[in-house]
Design a protein around this ligand. Structure first.
Ligand SMILES: Cc1cc2nc3c(=O)[nH]c(=O)nc-3n(C[C@H](O)[C@H](O)[C@H](O)COP(=O)(O)OP(=O)(O)OC[C@H]3O[C@@H](n4cnc5c(N)ncnc54)[C@H](O)[C@@H]3O)c2cc1C
Length: 412
């Protein structure tokens, strides 16, 4: 079988890349070892985060760091033995968390985020996925007056700099908006971010985008990206439907990208922040709720109330250690009667880069090879704009945003 473009990885990023290429008339084969949208893009909190103009920074405050080091709280967990292997990426991430550098990075991050809902919109419409999407934002809630005041001031500053909309809710107003909250929930207030959209089944949205790809003339094949080889002036990969050859190959393997690019000789500062979710049968919020003080998100999903956890610094393939799920469940139970778990904890991994920006663009040393990975905490948000940007670069046409800041070649 021959194709003009092979796209490896059918998460939100690879599927949207394949879709944009197909919509531009390319013959595309999208390859994954599983069905589309069954990994990280399945298990996230489902928020298309139009407000997330800043990537998550490491706290610079020593008391917060001490809590992290001592593994107190639910927000962060780590495997000590993983730290040497990820030290390079973490050090870079730490230095990019300093206020001045972080502000510069945020300006570049915001250029992609700005096109998040507007780039999902036409795909949602064409994929017939309106039933999965709400357009009334989410609540970031705060447990103490002090943290609410700090967050409100920061939110106003971001809103005025980046043109995003919010509403502040005091405890009583929040309770009216979220009648399922326990009587003794004791929340100081919330920032209601109005621009984000929320999805009741993120994996299903990717599956619908993949079905749209088929209608646009693209193909999907089950196969292993590790069989990627140079072939003539292009690339080939083995799939269940035979060997596929193509002029171009796009690598969009999310957290698995690092292992494959290493075999090609690239050493990027990549690491993962793993995360877990569990579904519960009891009561939960009407809109997704980020409990920033506790480090968790509760989201109403097709499968039940989905509780997602913060970051776990560990190797991608290390055995699961879902201690954060138990801690987060206890803290979330202070807000809602979550009831029994409907399933065992799911684990995923956010694909992170040391400088907090994704890698989108040509591979520095291989003709016809392209990268699209490293979208960290907001890959579900940025999938469509990243896919469009990559497709436009491959076509050599004007791009939706300046691709330079995301070029893989920036790492030398
Ligand atoms: C707990 C949690 C909550 C999150 N919440 C949000 C949120 O609310 N909003 C948001 O924007 N983002 C969120 N994220 C981040 C987001 O989920 C990721 O950034 C995004 O899903 C990454 O997409 P991807 O397509 O790059 O990777 P993936 O979805 O992981 O796709 C990679 C694909 O590559 C395939 N693959 C891997 N190896 C091979 C191989 N050898 N051969 C063939 N195929 C292979 C996999 O099967 C997979 O389908 C969250 C993440 C977590 C963990």
């Amino acid at each position: 079988m021959s194709a003009q473009v092979l796209v490896l990885g059918a998460g939100i990023v690879g599927t949207c890349t394949a879709l944009h290429l197909a919509m531009r008339g390319h013959r595309v084969v999208l390859v994954d070892r599983r069905e589309p949208g069954r990994e990280t893009s399945y298990g996230n909190a489902g928020i298309i985060q139009r407000e997330a103009v800043e990537p998550y920074a490491f706290p610079q405050d020593w008391s917060v760091l001490a809590n992290v080091a001592l593994k107190r709280g639910a927000a962060v967990h780590y495997h000590l033995r993983a730290l040497p292997a990820i030290a390079h990426g973490l050090r870079m991430y730490w230095s990019h968390s300093r206020p001045r550098t972080h502000a510069a990075i945020s300006a570049l991050y915001a250029r992609l985020i700005e096109h998040s809902t507007s780039e999902h919109a036409p795909l949602i419409a064409r994929a017939g996925a309106e039933d999965l999407v709400r357009r009334d934002g989410y609540h970031a809630v705060f447990r103490s007056d002090a943290s609410f005041e700090r967050a409100a001031a920061r939110a106003h500053s971001l809103a005025s700099t980046f043109g995003i909309r919010l509403q502040l809710l005091d405890g009583a107003t929040l309770r009216r908006a979220e009648p399922g909250l326990r009587a003794d929930a004791g929340l100081a207030g919330a920032v209601h971010w109005l621009d984000p959209w929320t999805v009741s089944d993120p994996g299903e949205l990717v599956a619908r985008y993949a079905a749209l790809l088929a209608r646009e003339g693209g193909e999907f094949a089950r196969g292993d990206a590790n069989t990627l080889r140079p072939c003539g002036s292009g690339w080939s990969v083995r799939t269940g439907s035979g060997t596929v050859e193509a002029e171009h190959a796009v690598l969009a393997l999310g957290p698995w990208s690092d292992a494959l690019v290493r075999t090609l000789g690239y050493r990027f500062p990549l690491f993962v922040k793993r995360g877990y979710h569990s579904h519960y049968r009891g009561s939960g919020p009407r809109l997704p709720m980020l409990d920033a003080d506790a480090g968790l998100v509760l989201a109403p999903m097709a499968q039940g109330v989905r509780l997602t956890t913060g970051a776990e610094f560990a190797l991608l393939d290390a055995p699961a250690t879902p201690v954060q799920v138990d801690r987060a469940k206890q803290l979330a139970n202070e807000l809602f009667e979550l009831g029994d778990a409907a399933d065992r904890p799911w684990m995923g991994a956010r694909p992170c880069t040391g400088d907090m920006l994704p890698l989108i663009g040509p591979a520095p040393r291989h003709r016809g090879l392209w990268f699209n990975f490293g979208h960290a905490h907001q890959g579900f948000t940025m999938g469509p704009v990243s896919g469009r940007l990559l497709a436009e670069m491959l076509d050599g046409t004007p791009t939706v945003v300046d691709p330079k800041p995301y070029a893989p070649a920036r790492f030398g």
